[in-house]
Design a protein. Structure first.
Lengths: 387, 310
């Protein structure tokens, strides 16, 4: 195990540089997790908008009832009843909607006239205006039902019935079904792809560059050490390095997950990340057998990490990428890692049907590991004797 | 026979690096492979070590065909390449231990061999140093220690003294002779003829991928017509006298420049005595006078028509 032992002595000498990579890229990942991730909440909370209510129908019961009803769903702001003040209030967004009840509105309504109108002014194309339209229509429709079916109903009776009807509430409980994992955790494991590729690639190839120095290589190849043994020892050293990087990343994941760190979803995230760490390792081992200089190493690290992240759905969600892009991406291991993260995030019920796609994604990643490693070993064997 | 190479041909496109190269190295020899830069010495060594594919020919080491997977043969070979091949991340002792460990798995035996190697190259005071802290000469010694720590039967040294100061060079050459006395067969490539003359028991001269002459130092020199070169400091020699010296027996050329007379003779006996007699008979006073025997450069010059250092 001479090569394996030497590997760690060499990595010890490269530790300052590797530590810098680890700190910088993990810092970026954690920052992206907290400040760049998804911020939507599965819950619901009611909000009120500001409106102005202008009543030109004096103290007619229907107008007062409508005002009271709207006040439960919006903040009624007092504004001088003149055209200029109202327009200014709307322009400066002091209010988003102005309701104007014209004189004689209640009388017309009770008399059964069909074409009775309330004037409204609102911010164009705003959601709040649609909501207020809905509330006003709802109130007047309910009142209309009573006036049509109970002729002679008094104003106070009508208001009482309508108020009682509209106070009816349906209890709605919002459950985050189908989204069990904290979205921040999923964001962390998604963005981790970038850090994982860069750290493992730079670490592994830095050591490979030392062993692939032409003169050292000659001396090693001239020795009785078997080619396979040497490559396996190197791979084992690289694997140990990858596992250490994985442990560091999972430890940070622990801190982000909090109490959920030992959930089945979290455990699956760890396993998925380990599979991806091995993918990065075999890819780096393959490229490490081919490159000869630090300049090339840096260039490939940038192209590889950013390329795989963009196409695999790390920076842009897979759902937003086109079918063709996703199809091309399916030939990269990043796609399968991110897909597994997305599936684990949605996983609420553990059963064969739900878990199978996740396991399949992990197995495909391991398939990439085997394929890349096989190619790397063939190349290493071919290069044992120069042409 | 330790190494036997037959009709080795190695091409790089249109360039023939080794052109039906033949070599035989016997046990116990310090075999010198001498040739100018680009003559094919390193290519030949790389082929012998199975580090390079070749187009034609056969290579046998210790009576067995050499191949990339001939691990039992490789176990008996020590390699010291032209460039220093050590890990900058390991100390002197760790480097020697690493390379020795590729050959010797027994930890105890290895520890003792590493100690011997450190002692042998005189790096005792530098065992904890990293290579980048060592001078060029010490680095070369480390390079040698890494190649010989496992005490191989065959040591292949490819120009191990390039860019080394004279003191370290002498130390390295003495070391090679010591290794040879301890039983190792050495193949030593160089373009420094003085080194090869000094330590090699048998020498092959290479040019353009071919061996052009093989033999001991004396055998090689006896292959050529050139004899001694006599140099004398003489003032005011006229052209008639120069011509008379030229007409002396066995004299091939005479040059006179800045009061220095250089007389080149053909191989034969008493050349110096004949020239001195001439000076005495014709009352020609001389200052310094010295005589040089032919060198391997003269051998190379006479065979190829060009200087060895070209």
């Amino acid at each position: 195990m001479q090569v394996y032992k030497a590997y760690f002595k060499i990595i010890k000498q490269n530790l300052p540089a590797i530590s810098i990579y680890v700190c910088i890229f993990l810092f970026i990942t954690v920052m992206l997790t907290y400040f760049g991730g998804e911020k939507t909440s599965p819950g619901f909370s009611k909000t009120k908008i500001n409106i102005a209510f202008v009543n030109d129908d004096d103290s007619a019961a229907l107008a007062v009832g409508l005002r009271d009803y709207l006040s439960t769903n919006a903040n009624i702001i007092s504004i001088q009843n003149n055209e200029e003040s109202l327009q200014d209030a709307l322009f400066f967004r002091k209010v988003e909607y102005i309701v104007k009840v014209p004189a004689g509105f209640s009388q017309s309504f009770f008399s059964g006239e069909h074409d009775v109108r309330i004037e409204k002014t609102s911010v164009q194309k705003s959601q709040s205006s649609v909501y207020m339209d809905f509330l006003i229509n709802r109130y007047l429709s309910t009142a209309g039902l009573y006036t049509q079916n109970m002729p002679g109903i008094s104003g106070s009776q009508l208001l009482g019935f309508v108020k009682s009807d509209l106070e009816q509430q349906t209890s709605v409980q919002v459950k985050a079904y189908g989204k069990k994992t904290d979205s921040r955790v999923a964001t962390y494991y998604t963005y981790l792809v970038y850090a994982m590729i860069v750290i493992i690639f730079l670490g592994v190839t830095s050591i490979m560059l030392v062993f692939n120095d032409p003169d050292l290589r000659k001396r090693n190849l001239g020795s009785p050490l078997k080619s396979l043994s040497m490559n396996m020892q190197l791979f084992l050293g690289n694997m140990s390095f990858a596992v250490v990087v994985w442990i560091i990343m999972v430890t940070i994941g622990f801190l982000i997950s909090g109490k959920a760190a030992f959930d089945i979803n979290s455990v699956m995230m760890y396993i998925n990340l380990l599979c991806f760490a091995f993918v990065c390792l075999s890819l780096s081992f393959l490229i490490g057998n081919l490159i000869r200089s630090r300049e090339v190493q840096q260039g490939i690290a940038n192209v590889l990490s950013l390329g795989l992240c963009f196409i695999g759905g790390v920076f842009v969600p897979q759902q937003l990428l086109g079918k063709t892009v996703n199809f091309i991406a399916s030939f990269t291991p990043t796609y399968w890692y991110v897909k597994a993260v997305n599936d684990i995030e949605k996983l609420a019920l553990i059963n064969i049907t739900n878990v199978t796609p996740i396991i399949n994604s992990m197995l495909i990643q391991l398939g990439f590991v085997v394929a890349l490693l096989a190619v790397a070993l063939v190349i290493a064997k071919q290069k044992r004797v120069s042409a | 026979m330790v190494v036997k190479v037959n009709n080795l041909v190695k091409r790089y496109g249109d360039l023939i690096a080794l052109d039906h190269f033949n070599l035989q190295v016997n046990e116990g020899e310090i075999f010198g492979l001498l040739g100018p830069n680009g003559s094919g010495k390193t290519t030949a060594i790389n082929c012998i070590l199975a580090l390079l594919k070749y187009d034609k020919g056969t290579i046998e080491v210790f009576g067995q065909a050499m191949a990339p997977d001939a691990y039992n043969i490789k176990r008996e070979i020590g390699i010291i390449m032209q460039n220093v091949a050590v890990f900058n991340e390991l100390t002197v002792q760790e480097n020697i231990n690493y390379f020795c460990g590729l050959y010797i798995s027994d930890k105890k035996k290895r520890a003792s061999l590493v100690e011997e190697a450190i002692e042998f190259v005189g790096l005792n005071d530098f065992r904890k140093f990293y290579p980048r802290k060592l001078s060029g000469g010490l680095l070369r010694r480390l390079n040698i220690a890494c190649g010989i720590a496992h005490q191989p039967k065959l040591i292949i040294m490819d120009e191990p003294t390039v860019a080394v100061d004279p003191q370290s060079r002498n130390s390295i050459l003495e070391g090679i002779q010591k290794l040879n006395r301890q039983g190792a067969t050495v193949i030593y490539t160089s373009h420094y003829m003085e080194e090869v003359e000094q330590i090699c028991t048998r020498i092959a001269i290479m040019d353009r991928g071919k061996i052009i002459a093989t033999g001991t130092n004396d055998e090689l020199k006896s292959m050529i017509k050139a004899g001694e070169k006599i140099t004398a400091e003489i003032f005011g020699l006229d052209s008639l006298q120069i011509q008379n010296i030229k007409n002396l027996p066995h004299i091939s050329s005479v040059e006179y420049d800045e009061n220095m007379l250089v007389v080149k003779s053909e191989r034969g006996k008493n050349n110096l005595a004949i020239v001195l007699d001439y000076f005495r008979v014709h009352n020609i006073p001389y200052g310094k006078i010295y005589c040089e025997l032919p060198t391997l450069n003269d051998v190379f010059l006479e065979i190829t028509g060009k200087q060895l250092r070209d």
